[in-house]
Design a protein around this ligand. Structure first.
Ligand SMILES: Nc1nc2c(ncn2[C@@H]2O[C@H](COP(=O)(O)OP(=O)(O)OP(=O)(O)O)[C@@H](O)[C@H]2O)c(=O)[nH]1
Length: 827
C-alpha cells in the first residue's frame, strides 16, 4: 500500500504520504480476508511463516490451502521431509483446485529434521532462495511433524545477512483435535517435554484442526490444555485448516511519508508514543520506522530510528541548501491510509497536539526510556540496543514461553520453597546462560533439586557457617553507579588449613544469595530487571595459607551452575606473584563467558574502582568513604527491613543482642563467644580441645556448640564484655569444658592426631601451615635461584668460549703431560 506523490513534488499538498509499493485495489482482497500490503521493495525483509504440527495434523493441508487461496502473494515453500520420501509433499498439492497458483519456489529438504540434522542445509536453502528474491513475496516453511520450531526460528537469526533479508512473521502450530490428547501424553525420556507440547508452546497461532472428528466436549477440553501450555497464542478451530488467512499470514507493508515545513519535536514524540505504544487489533503495527526530520528551530537534520516500540531521534548533519522537509518510511502491518495519514495529512495534529492531550503517554516508563536514549545520541551502544531490541525481545519472549512450558510444576514449587521464585527476570537469566529453553529447563530442574537438598530450610542458616562468618572476609556494600550490588572479599582472611570445604561452599551460597537478594531489591526499586553483581576479590597480603584452589573452584562452579548471570564483573585486586600458580590451575574450570567478566586491578587505589563505585559505597581501603559492611550484617538489615515491612514495623526493632541478653540462651551464647574468642586462631583449633574436653561424645558436643552459637557471634566486642559474668553465673558446664580444653591444649599443642578433620585433610592443613611460616624463606630462595639462572644465562658466551678452549687445549695438554690427561693425573 502506498500513497502516490504524483509527478511534481510541489504539487503535493503538504503532508501527503508519498511513494512506496504498488497498491492492490480493494478487489484484490481475497475471500480469505487478507489484504496484500507487501510493498515488494527488494531491500525489505521477506516475511517467513513457520508451519509446525504433529505428524498428520494437517500442515500440508494448510500449505495447500494458503497456496490456493486468493491473496495475491507469490509464495516460496521450504518443505522438510523425514526420511527418503522427497517429492511426496509436492505431489500432494492440488493443481485441479487451483492449487499451486501462488507457488513460485518449492524447496525440499530431506533425510533429517530441520531443527537438528539439516539445519545447515536449511540456512543454505534459504540463502539460495534469497538469490531469487524477486520471484516471491512470502516464504512458508513446513517442518516435519517431529521438529522443534525453536531452533528453526533461531536459525533465521543465525547469520547477519539472513537476519536482514528475512523476518519471522509467525509460527503456526496445527493441532490434530482427534489425536492431540494422546500426543501430549506421550512420555519422553528423562522428563523431556514431547514435540507436540513444544510446537504448541512456540506458536503465535494454534489451529485446532479436524474439528469434524471430535466432540464439543473434547474440543473444549483441548482448548483448555492448549491455553495451559501457551496462553498467549491465538487459538482457532478449523476444519481442513480453512482459516482467515489474515490470522496466519500477516505480511509487511511499507508506507513513505513526506512532510514539508518544520516539526515540533515534542509533539511529534507524543504522536510517536501513541503510534508505537497504543497498539490494538486494528491500529497500525509499526515494526520499523526510519527517516529524516526537519525540526523547528534547529539547523541540523534529525534522524528517526524506530524498532517496534522503541525509537530514537538524534541530531545528524546540518541542513545545506536543500528544502527542509521530513521524510519517514514506516514498515509494518496494518499500515493503511486512514491510520497513518495523521502524521502526513493532518500536520495540524502534529503541530497543534498539546502535551496535555497525552497525559497517558507521559506516564509511560517507555516514554522516558525513549527520551533517555534521545539525550545520548552519540552512544553507539544504546543506539544498537534500540535497533535490535524489538527483534531480540520477540525472540526472547518466544523462548521464555517455551521455557515456562518445559518446566514442571515441581520445579516451580521447589524454587519458590528455596526463596527463588521463577519470575520472568529469573527465567531470562537462565535462558541467557544456557542459550536454549531445553538446556535452561534441564539446568533449572537440576538446580532446584540441588537447592532443595543443600538448603532444606530454603536458605543457608548462619549456624551452619559459623566458622566462615567468624573469619570476617565477605562484605556487601550498596550498589555501584550501574546499580550493581558491590561485594568485597578479603582473601587474606581465608585460612585453607582451618576451613571445611563443605562449609565454605555453604558460605559462598550464603554470600551469593545475599548479593542476589540485594540485586533483586535494587531492580524492584528501579522497576527494571535486576543487574548482576560486582565482586571485588581483594588479594592484598595473600599468603600461601590463603591459597585455596578448591575453594576458588567451588566459587566458580557455584556461580556457573547455580547463580547463572548473577555475576556482572569480578575484579581481582592486588594479585601477588604466588596467586598466579593457583590461577593457572583454576582458570580452565571457568567458562569463557565468566572469564570475560574477570579483570585484574593492580592496586587497591585503582581508578576503575572510584569510577565505577560512588564514594558512599566504596570502602575506605579502596579510596572511598564507606565502612565495610559484613555480609551477615547486610543480611540481618535486609531481614529486619523485610520483617518491618511485613509487620508494619513492629517486629524489626529488637536486636539479636537484646533478644539473647539476660536469658539462659543469651548467657550460653556469650560463653560460647568466649570460647570463640579464645579459639580466635581458627575453628579447627577450637574443635580439637573441645573434642578432647567433651570426652566420649565429641561430635554431639561440637554440634551443640555450633548450633547454639547465634548469628551475632561476629560482634566480639559486645560478647567479650558479657562473657565473664555469663560464664560465672550459668554456663558452668561450658566453663569447665573450656578449662579442661585449655589444659588439654597445653598437652596436645598442635597435635594432628586429635583433629576432627580426616587424616589427609589435617596433614595437608599442617603442611600448609608449616609452609606458611617459611614463606619468606621460599621467596628468598626463589629470588636467589632466579638470579643464579640469570647470571648463568648472561655468562653463557664466556662458558662456551671456555669449553672451546678446553676442547682445543686438551690435545696440547695431553702432549705436554706425556699422554691422556687421565693417565697423567693417575700417575
Ligand atoms: N477429517 C479431516 N481430515 C483432515 C483435516 N485436515 C487434514 N485432514 C486429513 O489428514 C491427513 C493428514 O493431513 P496432512 O495435511 O498431510 O498432515 P501433515 O501434518 O502434513 O502430515 P505429515 O506431513 O505426515 O506430518 C490428510 O488425509 C488430510 O486430508 C480435517 O480437518 N478433517
Amino acid at each position: 500500500m502506498s500513497y502516490d506523490s504524483g509527478d511534481a513534488e510541489d504539487d503535493v499538498p503538504e503532508g501527503i504520504a508519498l511513494s512506496g509499493a504498488p497498491a492492490l485495489a480493494p478487489e484484490d482482497t481475497g475471500a480469505s480476508g487478507l489484504t496484500n500490503e507487501w510493498s515488494g521493495t527488494r531491500s525489505e525483509p521477506v516475511p517467513v511463516t513457520l508451519i509446525t504440527g504433529f505428524l498428520g495434523a494437517g500442515k500440508t493441508t494448510l500449505v495447500n490451502y494458503i497456496l490456493t487461496a486468493k491473496h495475491g502473494y507469490r509464495i516460496a515453500v521450504i518443505c522438510n521431509e523425514f526420511g527418503e520420501e522427497v517429492g511426496i509433499e509436492h505431489a500432494t498439492l492440488q493443481p485441479e483446485a487451483g492449487g499451486a497458483q501462488a507457488l513460485e519456489e518449492w524447496v525440499e529438504l530431506a533425510n533429517g529434521c530441520l531443527c537438528c540434522s539439516v539445519k545447515t542445509e536449511f540456512v543454505q536453502a534459504l540463502e539460495a532462495l534469497m538469490q531469487r528474491r524477486s520471484r516471491f513475496d512470502y516464504i512458508l516453511i513446513e517442518t516435519t511433524g517431529l521438529a522443534d520450531p525453536g531452533p528453526v526460528a533461531a536459525a533465521l537469526w543465525a547469520d547477519a545477512e539472513l537476519e536482514a533479508a528475512v523476518g519471522l512473521d509467525g509460527v503456526v502450530a496445527v493441532a490434530d483435535a482427534r489425536n492431540l490428547a494422546r500426543q501430549l501424553a506421550e512420555p519422553r525420556e528423562a522428563g523431556a517435554v514431547n514435540e507436540a507440547a513444544r510446537q504448541l508452546a512456540y506458536a503465535d497461532v494454534v489451529l485446532l484442526n479436524k474439528v469434524d472428528q471430535a466432540s464439543e466436549g473434547v474440543l473444549t477440553e483441548l482448548e483448555a490444555r492448549i491455553r495451559g501450555i501457551n496462553a498467549a497464542a491465538a487459538l482457532v478451530r478449523t476444519q481442513r485448516c480453512r482459516v482467515d488467512l489474515a490470522r496466519v499470514l500477516h505480511g509487511f507493508a511499507t508506507v513513505s511519508v513526506r512532510l514539508a515545513g518544520d516539526l515540533c519535536l515534542g509533539r511529534l514524540r507524543a504522536w510517536l508514543d501513541e503510534l508505537l505504544w497504543e497498539r490494538g487489533p486494528s491500529t497500525p503495527d509499526v515494526l520499523r520506522a526510519k527517516g529524516v526530520l526537519a525540526v523547528r528551530g534547529c539547523d541540523k537534520r534529525h534522524i528517526l530510528q524506530a524498532v517496534q516500540e522503541l525509537y530514537e531521534i538524534a541530531p545528524g548533519p546540518p541542513w545545506a541548501s536543500e528544502r527542509r522537509e521530513s521524510r519517514v518510511v514506516f514498515i509494518g502491518r496494518r499500515l493503511n491510509a486512514a491510520q497513518l495519514r495523521p502524521w502526513g495529512m493532518e500536520r495540524d495534529r502534529v503541530l497543534k497536539f498539546t502535551p496535555e492531550q497525552a497525559p497517558a503517554f507521559s506516564a509511560s516508563p517507555f516514554v522516558s526510556a525513549s527520551k533517555d536514549l534521545t539525550t545520548d545520541s552519540d552512544n553507539a551502544e544504546k543506539r544498537l540496543c534500540v535497533r535490535f531490541a524489538g527483534r531480540a525481545a520477540s525472540h526472547e519472549s518466544r523462548e521464555l514461553h517455551m521455557l515456562r512450558a518445559l518446566l514442571g510444576a515441581e520445579v516451580h514449587e521447589r524454587m519458590a520453597a528455596g526463596s527463588e521464585p521463577l519470575d520472568d527476570a529469573a527465567l531470562r537469566r537462565w535462558l541467557r546462560a544456557w542459550r536454549s529453553p531445553d538446556a535452561a529447563a534441564a539446568a533449572l530442574a537440576a538446580h532446584a533439586a540441588w537447592r532443595a537438598a543443600a538448603m532444606p530450610a530454603g536458605r543457608v542458616l548462619e549456624e551452619d557457617i559459623l566458622h566462615e562468618l567468624a573469619t570476617g572476609k565477605a562484605f556487601l556494600q550498596g550498589c555501584d553507579a550501574r546499580g550493581r550490588p558491590v561485594l568485597a572479599v578479603l582473601a587474606a582472611r581465608h585460612d585453607m588449613g582451618a576451613r571445611d570445604l563443605a562449609e565454605t561452599r555453604r558460605f559462598v551460597c550464603y554470600v551469593l544469595d545475599a548479593a542476589a537478594a540485594a540485586a533483586d531489591a535494587a531492580g524492584a526499586a528501579r522497576g527494571t530487571d535486576p543487574v548482576g553483581l560486582l565482586c571485588l576479590f581483594d588479594l592484598t597480603g595473600l599468603r600461601l595459607s590463603n591459597l585455596d584452589v578448591k575453594a576458588l573452584q567451588a566459587i566458580f562452579e557455584l556461580l556457573q551452575s547455580h547463580y547463572p548471570e548473577r555475576l556482572s564483573a569480578l575484579w581481582f585486586i592486588n594479585a601477588p606473584w604466588i596467586f598466579w600458580g593457583v590461577w593457572r590451575m583454576v582458570r580452565p574450570f571457568i567458562d569463557a563467558k565468566t572469564r570475560e567478566k574477570i579483570a585484574f586491578l593492580g592496586s587497591a587505589r585503582a581508578p576503575e574502582l572510584r569510577e565505577a563505585i560512588p564514594a558512599s559505597v566504596l570502602p575506605v581501603c579502596y579510596g572511598g568513604a564507606a565502612r565495610l559492611v559484613p555480609v551477615e550484617k547486610a543480611v540481618a538489615a535486609a531481614r529486619t527491613a523485610a520483617a518491618g515491612a511485613g509487620s508494619g514495623g513492629s517486629g524489626g526493632g529488637e536486636s539479636d543482642d537484646e533478644a539473647h541478653g539476660g536469658t539462659h540462651e543469651g548467657r550460653l551464647a556469650a560463653a560460647k563467644a568466649a570460647l570463640r574468642r579464645w579459639a580466635a586462631a581458627g575453628w579447627g583449633a577450637a574443635q580439637r580441645p573441645l573434642r578432647a574436653a567433651a570426652g566420649s561424645r565429641p561430635v554431639q558436643a561440637i554440634r551443640s556448640v555450633r548450633a547454639r552459637l547465634p548469628a551475632w557471634h561476629h560482634k566480639p566486642a559486645e560478647l567479650a564484655a558479657r562473657a565473664g559474668s555469663a560464664i560465672a553465673s550459668r554456663a558452668s558446664s561450658v566453663r569447665s569444658a573450656l578449662a579442661s580444653a585449655e589444659a588439654r591444649v597445653g598437652e596436645v599443642g598442635g597435635s594432628r592426631g586429635t583433629s576432627c578433620k580426616t587424616g589427609g585433610g589435617a596433614r595437608r592443613a599442617g603442611l600448609l601451615r608449616r609452609l606458611a611460616l617459611p614463606e619468606l624463606l621460599l621467596r628468598v630462595l626463589c629470588v636467589v635461584a632466579a638470579s643464579a639462572l640469570r647470571v648463568l644465562l648472561a655468562a653463557r658466551a664466556e662458558l662456551w668460549a671456555a669449553l672451546k678452549f678446553l676442547a682445543t687445549a686438551g690435545p696440547a695438554l695431553e702432549l705436554w703431560a706425556g699422554g691422556p690427561l687421565g693417565v697423567a693425573s693417575r700417575r
